[in-house]
Design a protein around this ligand. Structure first.
Ligand code: HEM
Length: 143
């Protein structure tokens, strides 16, 4: 790479214009979760905790837990900067009519933290994933 090209790349780092050594999207949270394998383990821990949690389990009585796990894996992978694409429904549409409260939303977030703890995810990484989920509260909580 010529000096000029290198300078051009540095100058356009923020734009990520496709220079060979330009920045990939930040996948530090994805790596901190243990990549795809780590996320699968977290979700496999998380879903049984959810369906045993008296504060929220009623909502999942008729849910297809295999499908839910698959969607959560995709969603956490994409949100954390991993190479996946969430293929599920819009958060507002899927939760519409479930009458979810703030307390239930917080209960689920707490369950996720327990699942991440059990899988050895560092607290700073946990906080980053939860921070990415927080803006969804306005679409999920309807009661
Ligand atoms: C940060 C909070 C939450 C996130 C990120 C989240 C994410 C998701 C995702 C990805 C799906 C699958 C969508 C699909 O199948 O296309 C889903 C479905 C579902 N969620 Fe949530 N959710 C959250 C909070 C909650 C809460 C608090 C409840 C209830 C207490 C809840 C109840 C459900 C139920 C019952 C389904 C299955 C619906 C169905 O398959 O018919 N969710 N959620």
């Amino acid at each position: 790479m010529t000096t000029l090209t290198r300078l051009f790349c540095i100058g356009t780092l923020a734009l990520a214009t496709g220079c060979a050594h330009g920045p990939a999207t930040d996948d530090s949270v994805y790596q901190g979760l243990g990549g795809q394998g780590g996320i699968r383990k977290i979700v496999d821990t998380f879903v049984p905790i959810i369906v045993a949690d008296a504060r929220i389990k009623e909502s999942f009585r008729e849910s297809d837990l295999k499908k839910l796990s698959m969607r959560l894996e995709e969603q956490f992978c994409e949100l954390s900067g991993g190479p996946c694409k969430y293929k599920g429904k819009d958060m507002k549409d899927i939760h519409d009519g479930l009458n979810i409260t703030n307390a239930q939303f917080n209960a689920l977030a707490e369950d996720l933290q327990v699942a991440m703890d059990k899988n050895g995810v560092a607290p700073a990484v946990q906080n980053k994933l939860v921070a990415k989920l927080a803006p969804m509260q306005k679409d999920i909580v309807t009661k």
